[in-house]
Each structure stands twice: as structure tokens, then as C-alpha cells.
Design a protein around this ligand. Structure first.
Ligand SMILES: Cc1ncc(COP(=O)(O)O)c(C=O)c1O
Length: 325
């Protein structure tokens, strides 16, 4: 018999799928690492389980404890699956910008969800950063995960995602392209790949309204770069410790409209029903296509599934309201 002992054992080993139509005018081979194949439908299952295992190992998370995290949904889903299997309670703190579907899904897998306003400064007591920290401190036997600064986040990708990509491309990968939020995915994968071959280029996809690109290029944390935006999962108004800027060769910004349009194109042209940051990643890659030659092997990581964006990027009325058609 072949079976997993529980759902957590099915995390990882996601497929690498060649993109064809959407990348038809790109000289390189473009391969998508489709992370919606994880049981929680996103790459974040990997780091959620790793953060919990490491916290159990050093006693930060104790039996019967409560896990508290500020999450836009995908990390929450990964934490929820692990909490169910391992017997913990989970409180997810999120923002009112996120898709309603994400909250419904989290509640379906047993999490308590607290929604905070998006348009307040990170140090405002109402922000989701401050609220999740406070709940972590006030709740008995609680552990505050803090995916932004928790080193187990990037470590999960150094130990799993990076080696998978290296092996699946037989070491032929030349460029890795991925959206950046907490920075765990890009930093962990980049560290592994650059150790194997320092010539591999690591390109992070950023949004307009985020501080990453300017900080990377100038060393200046410019508050004028910060304003509300629509793209979900990438870009930040803080500098998470998990973003290792020294491993990233370039940041490329993609507009909200392009991210939404390319999310839909991925579904229609490749049959890959992926999330909003995946459209941003593919569009960012296309913006950089003049840098590729015929021998290049480009891997773009697609973070999550389209099912979480049915009411937004995959909804015609919503697209019209945003003037995205
Ligand atoms: C949909 C989506 N895209 C991209 C990211 C960014 O990944 P990372 O936090 O590893 O930088 C996240 C993380 O929250 C996400 O949920």
C-alpha cells in the first residue's frame, strides 16, 4: 500500500511545468514551479510546518498551545493543517484587504480569524502586526509565529524548495523569478541555488506601493514608496528579516492591473489556475525577457491557487470596477 500517514506528509515535491503560450516570445525555456499542488494549495505549507516543528523542538510551542500569526491566508492555511494534525489551537490575524474567500477557508479548517484595517501604519496598535503581537502576548500558552522574522521560514525553502528546483532542472537553472513578501521563499531558494552555482540570477517581483526595490537599489527605506495597492501576497511596508537583500540580484515592479490581467492569462493560456502574485511573477519575468538567451532555463515559482481569488481577479465585475479590462 502507498499512503501518507497524515496530510502533512504530502507537502512538497510539487511539479515543474513548462510554460508555452504566455512565454512564446521568450527565448529561454520557462518552467513554473506550481505550488498549488501542496495540500493547503500554496507554497506556504512548507514553511508553516517547518516553523511549527522548530518551535516544538526548542520548547517555544508546548503541547495544547495556541499558535498566533498575522497572515494573509496562505500561511494560516498551512498552520491550520499542522495545528489540526498536531492538536494546537490557531488564531490568524489578517487585514481587510484580503479576499473574503481566504478567511472562509481558514475558518473551515478551524482557525479563529481576526480582521484588522489595512491602511494604518505598521506600529499603529490597530495594525495586523501590532494586533497579532499583542494577542500572542495576552493569550495563555501562546506562541507568536512571526513569519517575517522567523528564520525557519527561509530555512524551509533552503532545505526543500531549493533542492527540488535544482534536481528537477538537473542543475541547469540559470534564473529564479519569484514574488517577495516575507522573503522566505526567495531567500531560502536563493541561498541553496547560489551555493550550488553562484552564477544563477535571483530576481524578486515587487509591487508599486512597496519599499523593496528602492531599498535594494539605494539602501534607503523611503516611506514615500508606501501606499495601498491591490496585488496580494507580495510587497511590504516593512523590511522583514527573512528578505536577504544580498542574495537578490534585481527587483522588478509590476502594476496591479498587469498582475490581475496576467493571473487570468495564466489560467486561459496555460491551464494553470493560479493566484494573483503568480500573474505578477509571470509579468515581471516577461518585462525582463530581453535578458534571456536560448540556453537559459528560467524557473518562476507560482505561490498559490486561483480558488482564493474568485471574487476578485477571476470575477469580471470586479475587474470592470477596477478598470482592469
Ligand atoms: C500569494 C502569495 N504570494 C507571494 C507570497 C510571498 O512569499 P514569501 O513570503 O515567501 O516572500 C506570499 C506570502 O505570504 C503569498 O501568500
Amino acid at each position: 500500500m502507498q499512503y501518507a500517514n497524515n496530510i502533512l506528509e504530502t507537502i512538497g515535491n510539487t511539479p515543474l511545468v513548462k510554460l508555452n503560450k504566455i512565454t512564446s516570445d521568450v527565448k529561454a525555456v520557462v518552467l513554473a514551479k506550481v505550488e498549488s499542488f501542496n495540500p493547503g494549495n500554496s507554497v506556504k505549507d512548507r514553511m508553516a510546518l517547518k516553523m511549527i516543528e522548530d518551535a516544538e523542538a526548542d520548547g517555544r510551542l508546548k503541547p495544547g498551545g495556541t499558535i498566533v500569526e498575522g497572515t494573509s491566508g496562505n500561511t494560516g492555511m498551512g498552520l491550520a493543517l499542522a495545528a489540526i494534525v498536531k492538536g494546537y489551537k490557531l488564531i490568524c490575524v489578517s487585514t481587510d484587504k484580503q479576499s473574503k474567500e481566504k478567511f472562509d477557508v481558514l475558518r473551515a479548517v478551524g482557525a479563529e480569524v481576526i480582521v484588522c484595517p489595512t491602511d494604518v501604519a505598521p506600529d499603529d496598535p490597530r495594525s495586523y502586526y501590532s494586533t497579532s503581537k499583542r494577542i500572542g502576548q495576552e493569550t495563555p500558552n501562546a506562541w507568536y509565529v512571526n513569519q517575517y522574522d522567523n528564520p525557519s521560514n527561509a530555512l524551509a525553502h533552503y532545505e526543500q524548495t531549493g533542492p527540488e528546483i535544482w534536481e528537477q532542472t538537473a542543475g541547469k537553472i540559470t534564473h529564479f523569478v519569484v514574488g517577495v513578501g516575507t522573503g522566505g521563499t526567495i531567500s531560502g531558494v536563493a541561498k541553496y541555488l547560489k551555493e550550488r552555482n553562484p552564477a544563477i540570477k535571483i530576481w524578486g517581483i515587487d509591487t508599486y506601493g512597496s519599499v523593496f526595490k528602492k531599498y535594494h537599489e539605494t539602501g534607503i527605506f523611503d516611506e514615500n514608496e508606501i501606499y495601498p495597492y491591490i496585488t496580494e501576497g507580495i510587497g511590504e511596508d516593512i523590511l522583514p528579516e527573512n528578505v536577504d537583500f544580498s542574495l537578490i540580484d534585481h527587483f522588478e515592479k509590476v502594476t496591479d492591473k498587469d498582475a490581475a490581467v496576467y493571473t487570468r492569462r495564466l489560467a486561459k493560456e496555460e491551464g494553470i489556475f493560479a493566484g494573483n502574485s503568480c500573474g505578477a511573477a509571470v509579468k515581471g519575468l516577461l518585462q525582463l525577457k530581453n535578458n534571456f538567451n536560448e540556453n537559459d532555463v528560467v524557473v518562476v515559482l507560482l505561490h498559490d491557487s486561483g480558488s482564493r481569488y474568485i471574487g476578485k481577479m477571476y470575477n469580471d465585475e470586479w475587474m470592470k470596477e477596477q478598470n482592469f479590462f
